[in-house]
Design a protein around this ligand. Structure first.
Ligand code: ZN
Length: 221
């Protein structure tokens, strides 16, 4: 199968067929698994294409997903197509829907990255860093700005995070991500490419902050 990630500009997100979008969700899941963002069946991604949302199922090996395993929802979050075979819709579904509806996102992902988890042990209500070149990869930020990401408290069930996530999204209009304490991060973008770029830049910044703190440095100076 030809990699959709490696295709060039003429294959923009808006020109993807339903089958290509299903393949792209699988490919991104493999990519995120290989970075340690979706190990132990955690994490996930969804992509909005036209008026439909394509979402990986819950509690499965994210690196082994096939295009026919993907759920398709409408813009209100109602299931239009389900794979059957005992697969369940992602527990992240109501959380993803908030980013689609409140921020008009084109793709949302959830990562269990160790960097995202660790950084939530080092800050109270907001992750904060400044003067980092990689901040330029996050829309609305320059290299010399202070970049903030709100941190919400974890809950026993992922779906119970939905209300506090929605509140944090509304209260932090500049942020394209919400961290969850000792858990991971939700990240979105206007399309899948921007969501992926944001996720990579945020992850870099989380790791940088953790390492700076290990060295006794203040990441906000
Ligand atoms: Zn999670």
């Amino acid at each position: 199968m030809e990699s959709i990630l490696n295709q060039t500009k003429e294959k923009s997100a808006s020109s993807l067929t339903p089958q290509q979008t299903r393949e792209l969700v699988c490919e991104l899941c493999r990519n995120f698994y290989n970075q340690g963002w979706a190990s132990g069946t955690g994490g996930g991604i969804s992509i909005k294409e036209g008026d439909k949302i394509y979402m990986a199922p819950s509690g499965v090996q994210k690196e082994r997903l096939k295009p026919e395993d993907i759920f398709v929802l409408d813009a209100q979050g109602e299931t239009l197509e389900e794979p059957g075979r005992g697969l369940k819709l992602s527990q992240c579904s109501p959380l993803f829907m908030h980013a689609y509806q409140i921020r008009n996102a084109g793709a949302v992902l959830h990562s269990h990255s160790l960097n995202a988890m660790m950084v939530t042990t080092q800050y109270n209500k907001h992750f904060r860093i400044r003067n980092m070149e990689m901040q330029k990869g996050v829309e609305g930020f320059g290299a010399f700005d202070t970049l903030e990401v709100p941190i919400i408290e974890n809950t026993a069930y992922e779906c119970d995070l939905a209300d506090s996530l929605a509140e944090a999204i509304r209260n932090n209009p500049k942020s394209h991500a919400i961290l969850v304490r000792r858990h991971g991060v939700y990240v979105w973008g206007k399309d899948w490419k921007q969501a992926k770029t944001h996720a990579e830049c945020y992850d870099y910044l989380f790791e940088a902050a953790v390492r700076m703190k290990q060295l006794g440095m203040d990441p906000t100076v």
